[in-house]
Design a protein around this ligand. Structure first.
Ligand SMILES: [Zn+2]
Length: 414
């Protein structure tokens, strides 16, 4: 690993210099005509819109414009355009794990190199489904391969979304994946992951779920509060954020108290913790569809709790929505097969109480918490844009039929 680092640091500056020299003096200008453009932030809808893109960013957005821009126009006048979507919970290095056997098969029998090759398909699928940004929350035994995938995408080697990566994730000894315990070791692990290129630190805060007689989903918390606080403090000290896998009472409570940035899954969240999440601006990435996807298989393998967790999850989602928690779109794709379009998550959010606009917002403006440059089609933002036929504000299912994708001004699907 050390040798690789030295090699990379020697090679990087020269590659960057070549890339800069090769760039044309004038950025490419492209013009896109959209029949309809949705602005998720305020729900405003514009018609007959001309979007001028310069290089990787939006330069101008004009409504009812028939002016010939003097550039070739990408004609989407029979389409509805909206900002590129964000999936804030993916696993590009995993190809579905309903059962422990599926999981072991990939982690124990496949090489990291082979899994990285499969992941190049995953990232391409994500982009073609309209996800121009993803937050990949751990590699599931594939080390730092997510950093390499991100690098390959950024260098134009393979097509894929913008990526924020979490590398290896952290759990306690005796759980998974193995890690030494104690606040000092926790801090050390955070430093190591950041040094290898982690954007986010992912922690597993609970496990061993069971439903109490009063219907509350209970768990065994993993880290002590001292350990969890050390992880959050070290990550924040280095301007990195922490995503916490927390499905039940104690995992969520401890994570929220420690001040993580996002709660992943959150099948059960107490009312008190919902209030704290609002106060501390901690967002909720519910990943509903995957719960339904794995429940039957896991119940058949003996863990019936997964079926109960679906009902508890819906009730929590409704309380979180009502309580004003920031809800960000995330699917756990990779936990289910990448051949399934992750946009299947949208109808579940609507079924659980969101309006279609709120669901779209969760994958655009609300998710822009991750980067100021995404989530809206406005001058200065990245030209990340998707288009479909019909009106997703009336039919949320249509988001599974995106047929045009632009990322950073480059057409990825047409
Ligand atoms: Zn996950």
């Amino acid at each position: 690993m050390k040798r690789r680092l030295i090699f990379a640091s020697l090679l990087l500056p020269s590659l960057l210099a070549i890339a800069q020299e090769a760039k044309p003096a004038q950025p490419v200008v492209r013009v896109v005509r959209c029949g309809t453009l949705i602005h998720p932030s305020n729900g405003q809808v514009q018609h007959n819109v001309l979007i001028t893109v310069e290089g990787e960013r939006v330069r101008q957005v004009e409504e009812n414009s028939n002016a010939s821009a003097g550039n070739q126009v990408i004609d989407l006048s029979d389409h509805t355009c909206l900002p590129g979507l964000v999936d804030a919970h993916t696993h590009v290095l995993l190809q579905g794990d309903i059962t422990a056997q599926d999981y072991d098969e990939q982690l124990l029998k496949q090489s990291v190199a082979y899994r990285a090759i499969l992941a190049t398909q995953s990232v391409r699928r994500a982009l073609e489904n309209g996800f121009t940004t993803i937050r990949d929350v751990e590699t599931e035994g594939a080390g730092y391969a997510d950093v390499d995938l991100k690098r390959a995408i950024n260098r134009g080697v393979i097509p894929g979304p913008r990526m924020q990566v979490a590398t290896r994730a952290m759990d306690v000894t005796g759980a998974y994946p193995l890690l030494g315990y104690g606040p000092d070791n926790a801090r050390k692990a955070v430093r190591e992951q950041i040094s290898f290129g982690a954007d986010w630190i992912k922690v597993y805060s609970d496990r061993s779920y069971f439903v109490r007689d009063n219907g509350i989903l209970d768990d065994i918390p993993t880290f002590t509060m001292d350990e969890l606080r050390a992880i959050v403090d070290e990550a924040h000290r280095q301007h990195h954020k922490v995503a916490s896998h927390a499905m039940a009472l104690n995992g969520v409570h401890n994570s929220v108290e420690a001040g993580v940035n996002s709660i992943e899954h959150g099948n059960y969240i107490s009312d008190a913790d919902i209030k704290t999440m609002v106060q501390k601006n901690i967002y909720y990435v519910p990943t509903i569809y995957v719960g339904e996807y794995v429940a039957a298989g896991r119940a058949a393998a003996g863990a019936k709790v997964w079926l109960d967790m679906i009902k508890i999850h819906e009730e929590t989602f409704r309380r979180a929505l009502k309580g004003g928690v920031k809800i960000v779109f995330g699917t756990d794709v990779g936990g289910f097969d990448w051949k399934i379009n992750a946009a299947k998550e949208f109808p579940y959010m609507v079924k659980y109480g969101m309006t279609p606009l709120q669901a779209i917002r969760s994958a655009t403006t609300t998710a822009a918490d991750m980067s100021n440059d995404i989530g809206e089609i406005l001058p200065g933002k990245f030209a990340d844009l998707v288009a479909l036929k019909g009106d997703p504000l009336n039919n949320i299912e249509l988001l599974q039929q995106i047929d045009f994708v632009m990322k950073g001004g480059e057409v990825a699907k047409h």
